[in-house]
Design a protein around this ligand. Structure first.
Ligand code: NDP
Length: 397
């Protein structure tokens, strides 16, 4: 049965990254609709206790811990809770639960390029793919879009901006889309109005004014690299070139993104900043279900404001546009350098203001040939990480 015709039927879901922030929001929506959704498999990297809690609460068939050394810990945690979920471990198991015939829907909510393989596997297997893991599409946009085509499933963006654009483009024909301009909104992050960013601490960078998210994406929001990654993501998802994707700072985070059509009409999608809204949309599409999110109170919101991003202070934006224009392996290098720099910043080995120069340096220094397949992507990713780690180490010494 075509994915969009599976109306009102029970969906069986695999949640890659169930212990994370997106995973938790998805589980909250799923718990509200036990007649529509059941959890087939849940995965985590190392949070064995949290994963066992989720597996038992949602009666999951399978729980996967990616760090294979923690398999005994997950077994013990499940036993202690009286759960009879099957335990799997290791990276191969992530791929297997993403393509398992027992599930029809996969939420890709692992953080970083680590989510690439299972995300691709889900697409190839024709699952309804709910994509939060933006690093996967940034690194392997062409491969992922081709896998979705071959698999015959549906790709529904969960990232609130792309979810907004998906909603604005619903029912819009190919030719109208071709002339459209996408406007991604950005809250501006915690440092929108702070000039001296040298002494920024990880906790300050993670204190996002509007959204509660995992630490990596929170830092990406503070550097605006998150918006840069989203430009690349939008270009692949909607087939729109970089010169027709704009960014506007909108601190209230009420408008999640907009589409401007050839006749000058602009459609915007609005709502309170709560990931349960895009998750509920992606889970139920083309229907709508309650998400639990707060309703938008326009009188309370008062004013919606907009301004251009300060590209001089937030240079990651330009690096992302540059990587997209260059094509080939550049986005893989951009993403790997960013992941290494952000991790080093979170571990207090790198200053906040050194994140952008690390990415710039890697884009200058490493220009491998374009990847043809997932193995090429993973090789470039590994190499770029090794080089970026060395660069960060040199800075520390
Ligand atoms: P979190 O850090 O909160 O959660 C990440 C999840 O991935 C956890 O379940 C974690 O397991 C697992 N994980 C981490 N590393 C690995 C690995 N190497 N292999 C397998 N699993 C791993 O992240 P978020 O939920 O914030 O973000 C998830 C993705 O969604 C990111 O790509 C982010 O950019 C995107 N996104 C997030 C939004 C948000 O509001 N948070 C909004 C839009 C997009 P463990 O708990 O064991 O570490």
């Amino acid at each position: 049965m075509a994915d969009s015709l599976m109306l009102n039927t029970m969906r069986n879901i695999t949640i890659l990254g169930a212990t994370g922030s997106v995973g938790a929001s998805a589980l909250d929506v799923i718990a509200r609709h036990p007649q529509r959704y059941r959890v087939h498999a849940v995965t985590a990297q190392s949070s064995a206790n949290e994963l066992a809690d989720i597996a038992v609460r949602f009666s999951a068939d399978v729980a996967v811990i990616a760090d294979a050394a923690l398999e005994p810990a997950l077994r013990d945690a499940l036993r202690a809770r009286g759960g009879n979920t099957t335990v799997r471990a290791g990276r191969r198991a992530l791929v297997e639960v993403a393509q398992a015939p027992e599930c029809d829907t996969v939420l890709a909510a692992i953080v970083g390029a680590a989510g690439l393989e299972p995300t691709l596997a889900a697409a190839e297997a024709g699952k309804r793919l709910l994509l939060a893991n933006k690093e996967a599409i940034v690194c392997a946009g062409a491969l992922l879009m081709a896998a979705v085509q071959r698999g015959g499933g549906a790709l529904l963006p969960v990232d609130s901006e792309h979810n907004a654009i998906h909603q604005c483009l619903a029912g819009v024909g190919e030719s109208e889309r071709a002339g459209a301009r996408l406007v991604l909104t950005a809250s501006g992050g915690p440092f929108l109005n702070r000039n001296d960013l040298d002494g920024v601490t990880p906790d300050e960078a993670c204190a996002h004014p509007q959204w509660v998210m995992g630490r990596k994406i929170s830092v990406d929001s503070a550097t605006l690299m998150n918006k840069g990654l989203e430009v690349i993501e939008a270009s692949w998802l909607f087939g729109v070139p970089a010169d027709r994707i704009d960014i506007v700072i909108h601190p209230q985070s009420v408008i999640h993104s907009m589409v401007e059509f050839a006749d000058g009409s602009v459609l915007a999608q609005m709502g309170t900043p709560d990931m349960r809204t895009p998750l509920a949309y992606a889970l139920a599409w083309p229907e709508r279900v309650a998400s639990g999110s707060r309703r938008l109170d326009f009188a309370n919101v008062g004013a919606l404001t907009f301004e251009a991003p300060d590209r001089r202070r937030f240079r990651c934006l330009d690096y992302a546009y540059k990587a997209l224009a260059r094509g080939g392996a550049a986005s893989v290098v951009l993403n790997a350098a960013n992941e290494i720099a952000v991790q080093a910043f979170l571990e207090e080995r790198l200053r906040f203001t050194e994140i952008a120069p690390t990415i710039e340096r890697m884009l200058e220094a490493y220009d491998p040939p374009p990847p043809n397949n997932i193995h090429d992507v993973m090789h470039i990713d590994r190499e770029a990480r090794a080089r970026a780690s060395e660069f960060v180490m040199d800075k520390v010494q």
